[in-house]
Design a protein around this ligand. Sequence first.
Ligand SMILES: NC(=O)c1ccc[n+]([C@@H]2O[C@H](COP(=O)([O-])OP(=O)(O)OC[C@H]3O[C@@H](n4cnc5c(N)ncnc54)[C@H](O)[C@@H]3O)[C@@H](O)[C@H]2O)c1
Length: 285
Amino acid sequence: MTQSINTICVIGAGTMGSGIAQTAAQNGFYTLLFDINAGVLDKAKTSIEKSLQFLVDKEKITAEEKETIFQRINFVSDTNDCLADIIIEAIVEKVDAKVSIFNQLAEVNHSEVIFATNTSSLSVSEIQAKVQQPQRVVGMHFFNPAQVMKLVEVVKGEQTLDSVAETVYDLCLQLKKTPVMCKDAPGFIVNRVARHYYLEAMRLVEKGIATIEKVDEIMETSGFKMGPFKLMDLIGNDVNLAVSQSLYDACNQVERFKPSALQMDKVAKGELGKKTGKGFYEYKG
Ligand SMILES: NC(=O)c1ccc[n+]([C@@H]2O[C@H](COP(=O)([O-])OP(=O)(O)OC[C@H]3O[C@@H](n4cnc5c(N)ncnc54)[C@H](O)[C@@H]3O)[C@@H](O)[C@H]2O)c1
């Protein structure tokens, strides 16, 4: 049996968290958006407002609907305010950070709360083995931009209750997403397959076989919506490197998942992509 969800709390208001919060509010859920960084919360407010205005301009929603949706989001900076039926975390890609926030929020929430992780590649079973309520932890992997992309990988860890996974699957449908149940394997399905799109592209550039621009141009001409370098800039080079590293470690450091020196260099220089204004390309505004 699935449980009913009324309030959604999103932890982390960065690239993914802001899009997930917008999706929740657009579909009628009372939404809380939390971040430890006040500047990021302000930025999320502006980007959600802009994204909703885009929908008004495209006549997908009215100006009144935009206001109602925006009012449904409560931007919070105190974990004591993070009271909800489901917590969806979209923070840094590190097991310990995710475990720590789930344990903190277990202290203030009701016992039936669901802890969903938006991890791209970490083991859901490993996260749940370290938290207070392991059976209530589940993977809920959105894609970027979360307010646009339909797919959500729903990942059952070793201890996840069937009812928890089914509730999250059902919630995805209410969010007008297309959920797919996945096994808890490194990179799940999409990131496992897509890893080579990024890594092979970087190898070609490292070896001087093609330029960044040429690889993107060719891949887009061949039918991909975005070239690998543009896509890495959208994802965030820090996030993408963390996913490469996690898959590499989880797969016994096989050569094919080895992180590229090119992405390490980008992260070391703070050139994280769109979110910092510079990555493989430069961005204005
Ligand atoms: N970027 C993508 O394309 C993408 C796609 C799917 C899944 N993910 C996953 O989503 C998660 C977040 O990625 P992102 O791209 O949104 O990262 P991001 O760097 O844009 O945002 C992360 C946010 O988390 C905040 N944060 C860090 N620790 C926190 C804590 N303890 N409590 C509250 N907030 C905290 C940071 O201040 C930051 O604003 C990662 O697990 C990533 O693997 C990312």
